[in-house]
Write a new protein. Structure first.
Length: 242
């Protein structure tokens, strides 16, 4: 059996440039999975693309580090600052929040995903590289028991009901050393595909990386390289239960 590679495009819904960059890669069969942000400026545009092109490989990219919650702010006070916006990504590494509020916001974002898209997410992951499951194990247990969906993990976790997809590194950091990263039978490589527009310049510091990811993920050279190492692209729907 061929080894399997999930190329997952994060940040669907963030801006129009990101949306169209992901759509281009999807139509070019350069990615095998997409993660939708449900509370960002161009979420509805991304959902329109999902429905127009019948995308079934879309999961949810939980976002609690940018913008505002979908929950009533009164119900999640520990997650937000004095302006009503989520705490920034770096804040989480030095602070703790109420795990019940965290679970509520995760649940509400997943519920809104299902309401707006008319489908269940194919997988669960979250925005910015902060290991919520390490710091909030009750959250991990809740997601496993409630949704029974594959998730992006930083390590294999006890109680996880699916094959563990090794997540070696962000795509933009590892493409030049691909042989060092594709070392397991099932690997996920997150990527940040997107076209750079004014919106993304104002809210993200990763824009050169997005351009690089977009070029690489669509290149024949990259496809030939992972195929020569025995990998085929699969989606999260192809990750088997244990």
């Amino acid at each position: 059996m061929s080894k399997r590679l999930i190329l997952n495009a994060d940040d669907f819904g963030l801006t129009s440039g990101v949306n169209y960059g992901i759509l281009h890669a999807y139509l070019n069969q350069s990615i095998s999975s997409i993660s939708l942000m449900i509370n960002t400026p161009q979420t509805l545009e991304a959902i329109d693309m999902m429905q127009r092109y019948q995308m079934t490989c879309v999961g949810i990219h939980i976002n609690i580090t940018l913008g505002k919650p979908v929950s009533n702010p009164c119900d999640v006070p520990s997650l937000i600052d004095e302006t009503g916006c989520f705490h920034k990504a770096d804040w989480w590494f030095t602070h703790q929040v109420d795990v019940h509020e965290l679970i509520l916001e995760f649940d509400n974002q997943i519920a809104l995903f299902e309401t707006l898209t008319g489908q269940k997410p194919s997988h669960i992951n979250y925005h910015h590289r902060y290991d919520f499951y390490q710091y909030y194990p009750h959250l991990f247990q809740h997601l496993c028991e409630t949704y029974q969906l594959p998730m992006r993990l930083e390590r294999d976790e006890q109680g996880y009901g699916y094959e563990y997809a090794v997540n070696q590194s962000y795509f933009m950091q590892s493409h030049d050393r691909l042989e060092d990263y594709l070392i397991a039978d099932l690997v996920e490589m997150p990527c940040h595909v997107g076209f750079v527009d004014r919106e993304i310049m104002e809210i993200s510091s990763m824009n050169m990386q997005r351009m690089e990811d977009s070029y690489l993920v669509n290149s024949k050279e990259f496809k030939n390289k992972y195929q020569s190492l025995g990998y085929q692209l699969v989606g999260w729907n192809d990750v088997l239960k244990k």
